[in-house]
Design a protein. Structure first.
Length: 249
């Protein structure tokens, strides 16, 4: 379970988060939607323990992790897998070496165990035959899948996805969305997805929360968000040029 309770955060004199509150049951996927610059990434950094809230609390499995100085951050982060927006693969390493990196750097596995764990992770994202290739030899969608394999190599309890379908064609975007759902089902992970892609949000989310002007203004199932009567939510999910979001600037 992940829970944020009235989290506030200011950066460079500007209040970014103004009382963010939401709760994610264990094994569920929570999607955060909202315009650029609204604090989605800042919210994620609090979950990872990279930021301490000015006020409010962040809980993980009932443990208050609000103050990084009082939390075992390595132990906390060992539970978390992160899929970066661009995959963030190292060009000088093969696909298999990229996937193995978190395992090798944080644990002391045998060479045989590394080989087995890498093969398992790549099988889950349907990239088992490409372990020998370099990032320059694979497509953008394949890089995302390799990034996902690397994120799950340590068998995390929590997955964080930063714009998982950004820059992908519709077919590959659907492939990634299905993989996000597959990871939830197969591994039982609790997930947070940050996205502007409403099709992706509706496909992967158990619940969707809209972040606007520093607060979560509405939380609901995909169907509840799709049929929301809130004019701000409606404008965002439809992509309308005119409405309260643009009127407010």
């Amino acid at each position: 379970m992940i829970k944020l309770e009235n989290v506030r955060k200011s950066l460079s004199g500007r209040e970014i988060l103004k009382g963010v509150t939401f709760e994610i049951p264990k094994g569920n996927t929570f999607v955060i939607i909202g315009r650029s610059g609204t604090g989605k990434s800042v919210t994620i950094r609090h979950v990872v323990g990279l930021m301490k809230p000015d006020s409010g609390k962040v809980f993980m499995d009932g443990q208050d992790i609000s103050d990084p100085e009082t939390v075992d951050l390595p132990a906390l982060r060992s539970k978390i897998g992160l899929l970066f927006q661009e995959g963030a693969l190292l060009a000088s390493l093969t696909v298999g070496e990229n996937v193995a990196l978190p395992l090798v750097e944080n644990e002391r596995p045998s060479e045989e165990e590394v080989k087995e764990r890498v093969a398992e992770a790549l099988r889950r994202v349907e990239m088992a035959e490409d372990h020998h290739k370099y990032p320059s030899e694979i497509s953008g969608g394949m890089k995302k899948r390799v990034g996902l394999a690397r994120a799950i190599i340590r068998r995390p309890e929590i997955m964080l996805y930063d714009e998982p379908t950004s820059g992908l064609d519709p077919v590959m975007a659907t492939t990634i969305n299905l993989l996000v759902r597959k990871m939830q089902k197969d591994l039982g992970v609790t997930s947070i997805v940050v996205t502007h892609d409403m099709e992706s949000a509706f496909m992967v989310g158990d619940q969707i929360g809209m972040l606007y002007q520093g607060k979560i203004i509405e939380v609901g199932t995909p169907e509840e968000i799709r049929t929301s009567s809130n004019p701000i939510v409606r404008q965002f999910i439809k992509g309308d040029v005119e409405g309260p979001i643009t009127t407010a600037g």
